[in-house]
Design a protein around this ligand. Structure first.
Ligand code: HEC
Ligand code: HEC
Length: 305
């Protein structure tokens, strides 16, 4: 098996498979050999040019003949980035969030850095891109990418929320209601029709949630008619909220604290960026003033069809 054969003037390695398949001892093609030699030379050049050798006579590492360092390259790139960013940052300084939103180029710039800021400062509570994080008692913090807002979804509302933080308060009703009353209220609220029971008005719920039960933005009181739940939305969960309140300052109460960021953790510019970024999630509410001309424009198109 291992003896060498001569097939058509070319020798074989002597290795035979399946009784009749042999290996020629042909040289690889010339272009391939040249490529091999060239890459061998390239390795040496590359190795000497860059700081690739982990030791040297001076006891540290070989610095390379080209003098290249990763830090220097990064600094150079950063210089270019800073120059571009500097222009935007200077512009942003004196603009209101609403003005930034009206400028599509700035909005795009701001949204990009907003994404990073949101990931670092907000996503732990609100989830990546504001999709929400579910905790033991329902959502850990409100979803921000829908059009349901406790404190308003206009750009200035969102900006104010991030600057100063928010903390809705609902007292515990443990000692104010009978079991039957809690039952009736929880069932009406769970069905999305809180005003179906006269207790909703009689027991003072309307003072905070409004006569229609749709919530009052200034208080951050939830809309109880939209079936969007921050805490557990089952009848049992709603009973718990009614009995123990929200931020009511006693053990067992539901907790909902949005920390303030202004001057504490973020600069004014960063807060503006975040306001625009959150608004851009898709759930932001346009100002009526800005929305009106758009509605007028739409009318002739309809008439033309
Ligand atoms: C420690 C958790 C936590 C962090 C961190 C946090 N939030 Fe909040 N956020 C909350 C809670 C809780 C609420 C609801 C407060 C309430 O119900 O009164 C809230 C409310 C909000 C609201 C109002 C939502 C509405 O429906 O009106 C916005 C906007 C918001 N947060 C944005 C942010 C942004 C932007 C950041 C990052 C800079 C951030 N939050 C960081 C917990 C957090
Ligand atoms: C002092 C004001 C106040 C009163 C009075 C009040 N609430 Fe609330 N309630 C709030 C606030 C503020 C929230 C929102 C808390 C948050 O998400 O930060 C809330 C939240 C709720 C929730 C939770 C909604 C959700 O999305 O999970 C329910 C249910 C509720 N209230 C029912 C009632 C009922 C029923 C009454 C009357 C017995 C009542 N509330 C009285 C302020 C009040």
């Amino acid at each position: 098996m291992s003896e060498k054969h001569d097939v058509g003037g070319v020798t074989t390695t002597g290795h035979v498979w399946d009784d009749d398949l042999g290996d020629f001892t042909n040289q690889p093609p010339k272009w391939w050999m040249l490529g091999l030699a060239a890459s061998a030379i390239w390795v040496v050049v590359y190795w000497l040019y860059y700081p690739g050798i982990p030791f040297s006579m001076s006891g540290t590492h070989f610095k390379g003949l080209g003098g290249w360092t990763a830090i220097a390259e990064m600094e150079a790139d950063k210089g270019v980035v800073d120059e571009v960013r500097g222009k935007y940052e200077a512009k942003l300084k004196d603009m209101t969030p609403a003005a930034i939103l009206a400028d599509s180029e700035l909005t795009e710039y701001v949204t990009r850095s907003g994404k990073v800021l949101f990931g670092d400062n907000c996503a732990a509570c609100h989830g990546t891109n504001g999709v929400g994080v579910v905790g033991k008692e329902g959502l850990f913090a409100p979803i921000l990418n829908d059009d349901d807002w406790l404190y308003g979804g206009k750009i200035d509302d969102i900006h104010t929320t991030i600057q100063g933080g928010r903390q809705g308060m609902m007292m515990a009703h443990k000692d104010m209601l009978t079991d039957a009353e809690v039952d009736a209220l929880a069932n009406a609220v769970a069905a999305g029709t809180p005003t179906a029971t006269p207790l909703f008005a009689e027991k003072g719920c309307i003072a905070c949630h409004g006569e229609d039960g749709k919530g009052i933005q200034a208080m951050g009181s939830a809309n109880l008619t939209d079936q969007v739940w921050r805490f557990d939305g089952s009848v049992e969960g709603i009973k718990y909220t009614i009995l123990n309140g929200v931020n009511a300052g006693m053990p067992g109460t539901r907790v909902a604290v949005m920390p303030a960021f202004q001057g504490v953790k973020l600069s004014d510019a960063e807060i503006k960026k975040l306001a625009v970024y959150v608004y851009k999630f898709g759930g932001g509410q346009a100002d009526e003033v800005a929305a009106a001309p758009a509605a007028e424009e739409a009318a002739p198109v309809e008439a033309a069809q």
